[in-house]
Design a protein around this ligand. Sequence first.
Ligand SMILES: *Cc1c(COP(=O)(O)O)cnc(C)c1O
Length: 375
Amino acid sequence: MIKFLDLKAINHDLRNELLVACARVIDSGWYIGGAELHRFEQEFAEYCGVKHCVGVANGLDALSLTLRAWKELGRLQDGDEVIVPANTYIASVLAITENGLVPVLVEPDPATYNLNVNNIEQAITPRTKVLLPVHLYGLLADMPALLSIAKKHGLLVLEDSAQSHGASHKGRKAGAWGDASGFSFYPGKNLGALGDAGAITTNDEELAQVLRALRNYGSHEKYQNLYRGVNSRLDELQAAVLSVKLKYLDAQVTQRREIVQTYLQGIKNTQIVLPLSAGTRVMAFEEHVWHLFVIRTAHREALQKHLQGLGVQTLIHYPIPIHKQKAYAEISELSLPITEAIHEEVLSLPLGPTLTLEEAQKVVSACNSFSIGSC
Ligand SMILES: *Cc1c(COP(=O)(O)O)cnc(C)c1O
C-alpha cells in the first residue's frame, strides 16, 4: 500500500539526530520555557524573515491568541467581522468565533483554492476589521492584492500559514506578509513536531509581548497577571525536535516538488482536474510548498475506490464545508456553491518527502487507468 503520508518513515530518517535533541532536553532538567524554545523561536523567525516568533501549543491557539491579543490591545472588539475563506480547515473559523468575533465566509478562486480577492470588497462592512487568508495546500493567497485591500480599508491581516511553511511569493515567505501569522507544527504538516505545537510570527513587538503573556496565564512575571491568559506553551522537547526538523524543511519541500512534477506531467485523465491547471499565477509551482496535492473529479467515490484497489491511499481535505457543520448550524443556509462543489470533488493523492518516484509512477498509472465504470 502506498501511504498517503508515511510519518514513521519521515521521522525515522532523522531518528538519531532527534534522539540527541531529546536527550539534551532530558538531561537539561528544564522542560518549559527555556533555551530550546528561545532558540527555535529565533530560528523560525529568521527562516520566515520576521522579527518575532512566539511558540504556542498548537496552530488553533496561534490564530486564536493573535485575535485575542488584538482585543487586549484595543484593536478589535466583540462582534467585529473577520473575512475568511469558506473552504478552509475549521480551525481558521474556530479561532474567530472563540473570540466573540464574526466570521464572514468568502468563496475561493477554484483555480488556486485560495480566497478570491475579487470577492473580498463586496463582503466588507463597517464592522469588518480583519482579513484572515489561508495559504491552503501550500500555496500563498494573493497577498499583494490582499494587502492593498487591507490598506485601503484599514484592516488587520492575519495569515493562516498552517499548511505553508516556507511558501513564498517574490522571495517573501508565508508568515512575513500579514500583521501576524499563525503556524501549526502538527505532526502531519510540512514542518511537524512529535506531538502538538504552533507559533505566531510578526514584526509587531507590542503584539509579540502580549502573546508571550497570553500563552502563559497572562503573565510576564510569575504571579503577576496582566491578562486572563491561557496555558498554551510550546514545550522544550517539541522545540528541540522542531529545530532539528527545520534544517531539513527546504530539502523535503524539494522532494515533494519532484513527486508533484511526476504527477503533473504523468496524470492524463480527462476525469481528473489537476492543481494549478486554470489561470494560476505564473511561477506558482516554485512558490508552492505542496503540503497537499489535491485533484478534483466529478467521480470522487469511484476514483477513491479504484485507487484503493490498486494500493493507493487517498484522503479528502475536506469532506464537509464549515457552513454545513452542525457546530455552525446558524450559517447553514449560506449560498457558497463554489465551496460546496470543491468539497464534493476534491481528493488528495499521496505526497511526502519519503515517497519514491517509483511509487509516484504507480500513483500516476493508477490515476490514468481510471474510467467511469472501471470498478
Ligand atoms: C492544521 C491547521 C490548523 C490547526 O493547527 P493545529 O495545530 O492542528 O491546531 C489551522 N489551519 C489550517 C489551515 C490547518 O491546516
